[in-house]
Design a protein around this ligand. Structure first.
Ligand SMILES: [Mn+2]
Length: 146
């Protein structure tokens, strides 16, 4: 199992390769706001764990194993964003919240959250009913503050 830090790198590398066709150390460093030497170190570690193949001049290529986990990590991130958006979390908090929780949930929990997202997406009235609960709660809080 990759560590949370390895997961962040694999997720970012997968997105870069998906969008640009390649992932350079400098691009990864910029995307994760870390020093290029940290990226090189981590990339070597990921190579050792068979998530990717790193060649100094040719760059890096995800192995089948790295590609599979990278895809799942990106799915997990996107699912959690969808979930938080759906339940009405302010957009300004979503990215940080997802980055904060994504490494700490089991895949079981991720799948169950997927069920909840599906449950709401299958019927617009369910989203509206949730919205009504939130509105009621906000009004209660506003009343208490008066
Ligand atoms: Mn993420």
């Amino acid at each position: 199992m990759p560590t949370p830090s390895m997961e962040d790198y694999l997720e970012r590398i997968y997105v870069l390769i998906d969008e640009k066709g390649y992932a350079r150390v400098s691009d990864i460093a910029e995307a994760l706001a870390v020093h290029p030497s940290s990226v090189t170190k981590m990339v070597q570690k990921l190579d050792k764990s068979k998530y990717l193949v790193y060649e100094r001049y040719r760059g890096l290529v995800l192995t089948a194993k790295g590609n599979k986990i990278g895809k799942r990590l990106v799915y997990r991130h996107e699912l959690l964003e969808t979930f938080l958006t759906m339940i009405g979390v302010d957009e300004a908090h979503i990215y940080r919240d997802v980055e904060g929780i994504e490494h700490h949930l089991s895949w079981d929990a991720i799948d169950r959250i997927g069920d909840v997202v599906q449950y709401f997406q299958e019927d617009e009235e369910r989203i509206q009913a949730l919205g009504a609960v939130q509105k009621r709660n906000e009004e209660t809080v506003a009343d208490e503050e008066e």
